[in-house]
Design a protein around this ligand. Structure first.
Ligand code: VGL
Ligand code: ZN
Length: 177
């Protein structure tokens, strides 16, 4: 069984949001196409408390239940099977979807007999990268769909470094699905 994992495709990570990936909006139609091709679709949501150490290095974004934490209206989110909330603690960044507090994602996927994970979403350098590295550690055959991922581009070179780190850890990178 294969599954699609959409990482943090939320308003605050899009142009006009609190912590935008400059080209984040361009992945939405690509993800909408992907949604139709998977039986099991899991989406993570960055879901922070109002006060967290995370906001010492990032502008306030994706506060639980805020509009910025919503899916963009153009995303066909009714096709999403399961949502996992991550970054919910006040003591750490919670970048990886495998650190979600609302569900044990590794156990959930294993129960569903998932062996292959296809990962897309935002942002390349932080939550996609950390989720991909944890997916590999958890033993999933992991493929990243590059035209359905975008970076926050906080520092030049970070995005390229993230792609290299994912590839070196054993992820398969494909330009499109
Ligand atoms: C993310 C920075 C801060 C992400 C989340 O989803 O990649 N980046 N919080
Ligand atoms: Zn965050």
């Amino acid at each position: 069984m294969k599954a699609l994992l959409i990482v943090d495709l939320q308003n605050d990570f899009l142009p006009g949001g609190a912590l935008p990936a400059p080209y984040g909006n361009q992945i939405i139609p690509v993800v909408n196409q992907l949604l139709n091709q998977f039986e099991l679709v899991v989406a993570s949501k960055d879901w922070h408390p109002e006060k967290t150490v995370h906001f010492e290095q990032w502008p306030v974004h994706c506060v639980a239940n805020s509009a910025g934490a919503d899916f963009p209206s153009e995303l066909n989110h009714e096709k999403i099977t399961t949502i996992v909330q991550k970054g919910t603690r006040d003591s750490d960044d919670g970048y990886s979807a495998f650190e979600a507090t609302s569900l044990n994602l590794k156990k959930y996927l294993q129960k569903k007999q998932v062996k292959e994970l296809y990962i897309c979403g935002l942002t390349t350098e932080y939550c996609v990268k950390n989720t991909v590295l944890d997916a590999l550690k958890a033993g999933f055959k992991t493929t990243v769909i590059q035209n359905a991922v975008a970076g926050v581009r906080a520092k030049p070179g970070d995005e390229e470094q993230a792609w290299t780190a994912m590839q070196q850890a054993g992820a398969k990178l494909i330009p499109s699905f």
